[in-house]
Design a binder for this molecule. Structure first.
Ligand SMILES: Cc1cc2nc3c(=O)[nH]c(=O)nc-3n(C[C@H](O)[C@H](O)[C@H](O)COP(=O)(O)O)c2cc1C
Length: 236
């Protein structure tokens, strides 16, 4: 008998997919079949978009292409540093966030670094070492980069968000897991060069895709949600 925890079961309903989706930050190396990736992307493309303009493009990296891209990203992380001019500001500095978002972000950071990884707030080097794993897609066999047309920008970014969520839920339906990764856009010139992404496309987000490593402590992280009354207003 194996001591491994069982792999998370595929979600059979939308509700199960929503409840079982979480950001997975440690993957088993097992590959994902090309037909499965194609099916997920085809399902995600059923997402709604502005007048059905479907502004998304995706780049899928596996095998040697993924290895080469990850080497370049890690090199940029270690020796160059993040770009000063992000293409769009998904991740403004901590002080730019008003309440209650600032507190929620801080609480997530504590949950991830202190409670899950055992890294104290002051240990910047250990935090950086964890963050660096983003640039290996957390060991996932598949890396995905989603881009959208630069014009019109805001609407296309909304549509890209819908596409990403659909992709993550579809993955759960097939027993796969994901982690969305805005951290990749800190090194967008590397992505642009390696994936030959034209200038009229904004790089929106990366996504790690694969089989969660059920034994890895990082995958024990669960994030809470605010109660309904904190975000919904009913007008009768
Ligand atoms: C657009 C987007 C980008 C994200 N980028 C990263 C990232 O670069 N690295 C990471 O570890 N998590 C990233 N996350 C995951 C969030 O931290 C996570 O969704 C949030 O804490 C809620 O946790 P859950 O996804 O497990 O429910 C991102 C999430 C979104 C929606």
């Amino acid at each position: 008998m194996s001591n491994q925890a069982p792999a998370p079961a595929p979600a059979a309903t939308i509700e199960e997919a929503l409840l079982s989706r979480r950001s997975v930050r440690a993957f088993r190396p097992d590959p994902v079949d090309r037909v499965v990736i194609e099916r997920l992307l085809t399902l995600a493309a059923r997402s709604a978009s502005n007048s059905n303009c479907q502004p998304w493009q995706v780049h899928v990296v596996t095998g040697d292409a993924k290895r080469r891209l990850c080497e370049a990203l890690v090199h940029a992380h270690d020796h160059v540093g993040p770009v000063a001019d992000r293409e769009y500001d998904y991740q403004p500095p901590a002080e730019a966030w008003p309440e209650p978002y600032r507190s929620r972000r801080r609480s997530f950071g504590e949950r991830l670094y202190q409670h899950t990884l055992g890294i104290p707030a002051a240990d910047k080097a250990a935090r950086r070492a964890h963050h660096r794993r983003n640039y290996d897609f957390f060991g996932a066999p598949v890396g995905i980069v989603v881009t959208v047309s630069r014009r019109p920008r805001e609407g296309a970014l909304v549509d890209a968000g819908l596409f990403l969520q659909a992709l993550m839920l579809a993955a759960r339906g097939l027993g796969l897991d994901t982690c969305p990764q805005a951290s990749l856009i800190d090194y967008y010139p590397v992505l642009r060069q390696h994936l030959d992404i034209p200038d009229d496309q904004i790089i929106v987000c990366g996504l790690a895709l694969g089989h969660a490593d059920p034994d890895h402590p990082l995958n024990r992280l669960r994030t809470p949600r605010e109660p309904l009354a904190r975000f919904a207003t009913f007008h009768d």
